[in-house]
Design a protein around this ligand. Structure first.
Ligand code: HXC
Length: 514
């Protein structure tokens, strides 16, 4: 064959594979408001930067009539490209080809690009749109997922792993994302479950819709499996790109620095926190009053709202924020908020991102529900995560810092590098009312006017402990600052900590309270 004919043959072969599952299957996806796998990849990456590999891979299944089926690219696209000029590895499952189900060769394509990402130290973006393990391929499919899970774990903390859920994803197609750092979902399109409605009907005799079982809202509001929620695929792709501006390409690097910018003047730090300590306020406004350009990129916005986590920049460099949210449950720590914060702290620590903690909360949430849900185990995660973190760690106590919450929220005792408190800070074992009722119970009960004595004792306790100066006198707080000084103190602390070295005892790994 002449070169020209060879080239024409190559083009023809490519064209065939590019048809995916065929026009009818593509139209079915389009009717559901979905983009095709290839459109997704090219929309996320810089224009014309996508380079595809393993286009000509063929499946090897020989049972249940599979030998007669042609599955183009075996239902997954893999390749490399750039985002904002920086290299990334990417894969996208194609639901039009056997429901994006994962057989042996499909899995080999994914593990090949995962190996590339880890070797080249670049982020891995996985677009999941798959019915899970390909039923006809039996143990080969299970083996394929096992190889993926192993690599997800190997890459964890080395390169960023981003999972995008863009279709009905079952079984392994959700367990791999669960092992990655950030999961993105889109309204009406994303579904995640271990077993789908068909299986539930067969086994349990219960009817449930995919949306109710594991729609985008379920996972961003109830389960906490999703970190970002978008109304459209395009909005989701913008979220991915924005996240990538904040995080480093691998664990040996810092996130890209941007030109420093002051916060926007409408966020006036002195006007955000109400004078009455019982009044709530939005802690996100405090964050926006200290970060560059007031640009705060929140993670898990719709889950466990009593704690706020996310990225901002200070002096152009990425910082991770963990902050109690007085607007939701007074900002208490509970099972979900502990899980949410602990994972984020570990992410920032793994990727060299300094942590700023803003504290205003009355402690751990009491109650039978929380105790039985395991608040001891879940709450311990945040203690572990802060203690373990060796990145620069700075805390500002704004108002309440009571009890276990005081210790947990990156206190000096968790080895915070810098501890600041506003003059409004209240640092005590518990709130004055609860404390007075316990330690002065006998006196209150014996009094002629118990209410008057209770008020007196509450005031006495408040005077003694509900301020930052007792802790400052012991050196637990480095200094008490005016709210207006907060940004400068944070900028300086981060700058001073830029060469921080914190050596810990040699060990294989710790045993966190998973
Ligand atoms: C083979 C599959 C498949 C699978 C879907 N298809 N899932 N083929 N193996 N796992 C095929 C369908 O047969 C169909 O083929 C095409 O994909 C589209 O599927 P539909 O059912 O028509 O689509 P939809 O109604 O949108 O429902 C999507 C779905 C459903 C909810 C994902 O297909 C489903 O429940 N699939 C099985 C899910 C599951 O239980 N997977 C195994 C998980 S176990 P045709 O030819 O008709 O177009 C697992 C092990 C990992 O993953 C272990 C983790 C620890």
């Amino acid at each position: 064959m002449s070169l020209k004919r060879n080239i024409l043959d190559l083009r023809k072969r490519k064209e065939k594979v590019l048809q995916g599952g065929g026009e009818k299957a593509i139209q079915k996806q389009v009717a559901m408001g979905k983009l095709t796998a290839r459109e997704r990849v090219t929309s996320i990456l810089d224009e014309d930067s996508f380079h595809e590999y393993d286009l000509f891979v063929e499946h090897e299944a020989r049972d249940f009539g599979m030998e007669k089926k042609e599955l183009h690219g075996d239902g997954v696209i893999i390749g490399t490209g750039t985002i904002y000029g920086e290299p990334v590895c990417i894969f996208a499952q194609d639901f039009t080809v056997a429901g994006g189900s994962l057989g042996l060769m499909h899995a080999r394509k994914i593990t090949k690009i995962m190996d590339h990402a880890l070797k080249m130290r670049v982020p891995l973006i996985g677009i999941n749109d798959s019915g899970g393990a390909r039923i006809q391929e039996g143990v080969n499919s299970l083996a394929g997922y096992g190889e993926i899970f192993f690599r997800n774990t190997l890459a964890s903390g080395v390169i960023p792993q981003l999972s995008v859920i863009l279709g009905p994803c079952a079984g392994g197609a959700v367990y791999s994302p669960a092992l990655t750092d950030f999961v993105f979902v889109v309204e009406n399109i994303s579904k995640m479950f271990i077993t789908g409605p068909e299986v539930i009907k067969t086994v349990l005799g219960e009817e449930i819709s995919m949306e109710e079982l594991g729609g985008a809202k379920v996972h961003s509001e109830i389960t906490g499996n999703a970190h970002f929620y978008a109304l459209s695929e395009y909005e989701c792709f913008e979220q991915i790109k924005k996240l990538l501006t904040f995080i480093p390409w691998h664990n040996g690097k810092k996130a890209k620095a941007f030109p420093p910018k002051p916060p926007k003047p409408e966020f006036k730090i002195e006007d955000i926190v109400p004078a009455d300590p019982t009044q709530p306020y939005d802690i996100r406004n405090v964050i926006k009053s200290v970060v560059d350009d007031s640009d705060f990129f929140e993670v898990m916005e719709n889950f466990a709202g009593n704690i706020v986590i996310g990225f901002g920049r200070m002096n152009g460099e990425t910082v991770g924020f963990v902050a109690n949210q007085p607007m939701v449950l007074a900002g208490v720590l509970d099972c979900d908020s502990s899980d949410k914060a602990a994972r984020f702290i570990r992410y920032c620590d793994a990727f060299n991102i300094p942590l700023v903690t803003l504290e205003d909360m009355p402690g751990y949430l009491p109650g039978v529900d929380q105790e039985h849900m395991g608040v001891i185990r879940h709450g311990a995660k945040i203690l572990y995560a802060y203690s373990e973190a060796t990145v620069p760690k700075i805390t500002v106590i704004i108002r309440k810092a009571y009890g276990g919450g005081y210790i947990a929220m990156n206190s000096r005792h968790m080895k915070a590098d810098f501890m600041f408190a506003w003059p409004t800070a209240e640092i005590a074992v518990m709130g004055p009312e609860g404390a007075a009722n316990i330690i002065f119970r006998k006196e209150i009960m014996a009094a002629e006017d118990p209410d008057a004595v209770r008020r007196e004792k509450v005031a006495e306790y408040k005077e003694k402990f509900a301020n930052p100066y007792v802790a400052a006198a012991k050196g637990y707080i480095d200094t008490v600052i005016e709210p207006l000084e907060t940004r400068n103190m944070l900028l300086h602390s981060i700058e001073v900590s830029s060469n921080k070295a914190d050596r810990r005892p040699q060990k294989k790994h710790g045993i966190p309270p998973f």
